[in-house]
Design a protein around this ligand. Structure first.
Ligand code: HEM
Length: 151
């Protein structure tokens, strides 16, 4: 069984189902997002610096919502990203948080490390499903780094 990434069509229905089930198992761990931010902040001093003034209770809720939102966006690739993702892109872009592409590599690596630790059924297939769904968001945020037309 292969889960080939395809940005035009988005993740396959199988990958979406695998991701959703894994997300549920991860969220059953109350410290899931604590583990993620612990991994992510330890991945580079540059990351820790970006989050120097952050309210992590609020941030964890925002990221939790993003995971569910990315699942919806990945499920409806023809509809394209919506204003919610647009706002996140502006916030992460050149004029604001200035999150460069190299930081998304660290973000994804930290997330996959977290899934391995928190999902008791984690496997290569589960990791690939997370990667495919998250790439929908990462691809969008990176390609809109300099701002979008009309903004
Ligand atoms: C697909 C990947 C990502 C998603 C879905 C995501 C999502 C979010 C969301 C929903 C917020 C909250 C926006 C708000 O204030 O309402 C946020 C804030 C933030 N994100 Fe990301 N993010 C991603 C990647 C990254 C990366 C790679 C970095 C690199 C350091 C980063 C750094 C930050 C920072 C510094 C904030 C602001 C924290 C604060 O308010 O103090 N994000 N992100």
């Amino acid at each position: 069984m292969t889960l080939t990434p395809n940005f035009r069509l988005g993740p396959s229905p199988l990958a979406l189902a695998i991701f959703e089930a894994s997300l549920k198992r991860c969220e059953a761990r109350p410290d899931f997002l604590d583990v993620f931010y612990e991994n992510f902040l330890a991945s580079s001093p540059e990351v820790a610096e970006k989050f120097a003034g952050t309210d992590f209770a609020r941030q964890k809720e925002a990221l939790r919502a993003s995971f569910h939102h990315l699942l919806l966006v990945a499920r409806n690739p023809k509809q394209g990203p919506d204003p919610y993702l647009g706002e996140i892109a502006v916030r992460h872009g050149a004029g604001h948080l200035a999150i460069g592409a190299h930081l998304y590599d660290l973000w994804l690596d930290s997330l996959l490390e977290t899934v391995r630790a928190c999902d008791p059924e984690s496997s290569q297939e589960v990791e690939t499903a997370w990667e495919e769904v998250m790439m929908v968001g990462i691809h969008y945020l990176c390609t809109n780094y300099e701002g979008r037309h009309g903004r």
